[in-house]
Design a protein around this ligand. Structure first.
Ligand SMILES: Cc1ncc(COP(=O)(O)O)c(C=O)c1O
Length: 435
C-alpha cells in the first residue's frame, strides 16, 4: 500500500523539465529547494475576489483549489475586521484583549462541550504538534496511527506522522499506517475493515513497545484521495482507539469550517466526539491562524511539565479574522450553500463519470470533492490526472491532485460558490475529460 507520489510533488513545477521562465527563476533563487509551486508553468497572481483569481497575464481563473480563503478571496468583511484591529492594537498573546476571548468562546460554542480549552497557534502543523505532545503526556504512550497518505504538518513531530511528505523513508517505528476507508481496499464492509485495521495497528504498536498514544485522522482523508462515506464510519474507529488506550484527534485543518456541508466540522458527518480537534487553513480566511481544542485536563497535564507560549498564537488581529469568518459563514448561509451547491456538483460529476471513460470514482461531501482520473487501461493514472489538470487550467479552472498515486483530482471551491459558477466549472470539466 506504499504511496508512490508525494503530496508536494503533485501538479508541481519541476525545474528539471525544461526552460525556467525568468519570474520562476527569481523565486527559485530566493527559496531554493524549499520552493513548491503549482503547475508546470507557474501562475503569478495579482488579485483575487470571491471564487476567482486574476493572473499577471490578464487571465481570470475560477479557483476550485481554494481551501484557505474559504469564504471567498479577500472577503471584504474579513479585510475590514483585520484592518480595523491592526489599526487598534495587535500585541502578543500575553495580554488580556477582549476580542480574543470573544473569539475563543464563539469557537467553543461550535465544538463539543467536553473540549473546554482552545489553544490558538499560527499553523495547522503547530496545532497537530501540540496535540501529539498532549496525547503523549496524557497517555504515557508514544505510538501514533495515521492513514497511509496522511499529511499533518511540517514540524519534526508532524512530519514523522505524514507519510505523504516522506520522500525517501518510511515513517519511524512508533508510527503505524493504515489504508484510508477505501472500498477498493476493504471491500463493501469498509466500516468494519477500517476499524479492524486500526485495532491491528494498535496491537502492532503495543507489540513494538510504544503503546497507543493517539490516532490522528483528517476527517475527509483529503491527501489520501477524499473519502467521506459511509457517514458514521469513524464511530467504530474511535471505539477501537479508546479500547487500546489512545486518544482520537480529528484533524479538521482541511474539512473544518463548513467545508463538508451539513455541519460545521467534518467529523460531525460520522457522529463522533473527538478527544481533540485541530484546525487551521480556512480559520482566518488567509490570515494565518490555527488551533487545537482539547479537554482541559490534557492541557493542564501537559503544561504542568512544559510551559507553552505562542507569540502570534492568539493575536487580536487573528481573533478579528476568526470572528469575521464565523460571522460570514453564518450570515451568508455557507453551510447550506456548501450542502446544496456541493450536492449538485457531486451529482453532475457522477453523470460525467458515466459518460467519460477516463473518469473513475467520484467521492466527497459538501464542497470537498475528489474524482479519480484513469488512463487507457481504466486504472487511476497520475499522468492522465496532470494532463486533465492542465486542460482545466487552459479552460480557466484551477484544481489540485491527491491520493496515493496522485490520480485523484481534488476540488474545494469557495463556500460561497454560486450555481452559475458551478456550471462554469462543470462545462470546463466535461470538456477536459471528453477531449
Ligand atoms: C490535514 C492537514 N493537517 C495539517 C496541515 C498543516 O497545516 P499548515 O500548513 O498550516 O501547517 C495540513 C496542510 O496542508 C493539512 O492538510
Amino acid at each position: 500500500l506504499k504511496s508512490d507520489r508525494k503530496i508536494l510533488d503533485m501538479n508541481a513545477f519541476d525545474a528539471g523539465l525544461g526552460e525556467i521562465p525568468q519570474r520562476t527563476a527569481r523565486r527559485l533563487n530566493n527559496l531554493g529547494s524549499a520552493s513548491v509551486l503549482f503547475y508546470r508553468e507557474p501562475i503569478e497572481v495579482t488579485k483575487a475576489a470571491g471564487a476567482w483569481l486574476h493572473a499577471a497575464d490578464g487571465t481570470r481563473y475560477l479557483d476550485f483549489y481554494n481551501n484557505v480563503p474559504s469564504v471567498g478571496h479577500s472577503h471584504p468583511a474579513v479585510v475590514a475586521a483585520v484592518s480595523e484591529q491592526l489599526a487598534t492594537n495587535n500585541i502578543n498573546s500575553r495580554y488580556l484583549v477582549e476580542i480574543v476571548d470573544r473569539y475563543i468562546e464563539a469557537l467553543k460554542a461550535l465544538l463539543p462541550d467536553d473540549l473546554g480549552n482552545v489553544v490558538l497557534t499560527c499553523t495547522g502543523s503547530e496545532a497537530n504538534d501540540l496535540a501529539l505532545r498532549m496525547a503523549h503526556r496524557w497517555t504515557g504512550a508514544t505510538g501514533v496511527i495515521v492513514t497511509e497518505c496522511a499529511y499533518h504538518g511540517n514540524t519534526g513531530l508532524t512530519t514523522e506522522i505524514s507519510p505523504s511528505a516522506l520522500r525517501r523513508s518510511d515513517p519511524p517505528d512508533h508510527v503505524v499506517v493504515v489504508a484510508p476507508p477505501d472500498r477498493r481496499v476493504y471491500g463493501d464492509n469498509v466500516v468494519e475493515g477500517f476499524a479492524k485495521a486500526v485495532s491491528e495497528a494498535a496491537t502492532t504498536l503495543r507489540e513494538r513497545g510504544h503503546g497507543l498514544s493517539c490516532m490522528v485522522a483528517d476527517s475527509i482523508f483529503s491527501s489520501d484521495g477524499v473519502f467521506s462515506n459511509p457517514p458514521g464510519l469513524l464511530r467504530p474507529v474511535v471505539e477501537a482507539v479508546h479500547a487500546a488506550g489512545g486518544l482520537f484527534i480529528a484533524d479538521e485543518v482541511q474539512p473544518g469550517f463548513a467545508r463538508t456541508g451539513r455541519s460545521f466540522w467534518g467529523y460531525a458527518r460520522h457522529g463522533i466526539t473527538p478527544d481533540m480537534v485541530t484546525m487551521g487553513k480556512p480559520m482566518g480566511n488567509g490570515y494565518p491562524m490555527a488551533g487545537v481544542a482539547a479537554r482541559s485536563e490534557y492541557v493542564s497535564a501537559f503544561c504542568a511539565e512544559v510551559g507553552y507560549f505562542n507569540t502570534f498564537g492568539c493575536t487580536p488581529a487573528a481573533a478579528a479574522a476568526g470572528l469575521a469568518v464565523l460571522d460570514v459563514i453564518e450570515r451568508e448561509g455557507l453551510v447550506e450553500n456548501a450542502t446544496t451547491v456541493g450536492a449538485h456538483l457531486l451529482d453532475r460529476l457522477t453523470d460525467i463519470a458515466e459518460d467519460a471513460a477516463m473518469v473513475g470514482e467520484v467521492r466527497g461531501a459538501g464542497m470537498f470533492l475528489g474524482v479519480d482520473i484513469c488512463g487507457p487501461d481504466g486504472a487511476p493514472d497520475a499522468d492522465a490526472t496532470v494532463a486533465t489538470i492542465d486542460r482545466l487550467r487552459a479552460s480557466g479552472v484551477l484544481v489540485g491532485a491527491a491520493g496515493p498515486r496522485g490520480a485523484t483530482i481534488k476540488m474545494r471551491p469557495a463556500l460561497s460558490l454560486s450555481q452559475d459558477e458551478a456550471e462554469i466549472f462543470l462545462a470546463a470539466f466535461r470538456k477536459a475529460v471528453e477531449s
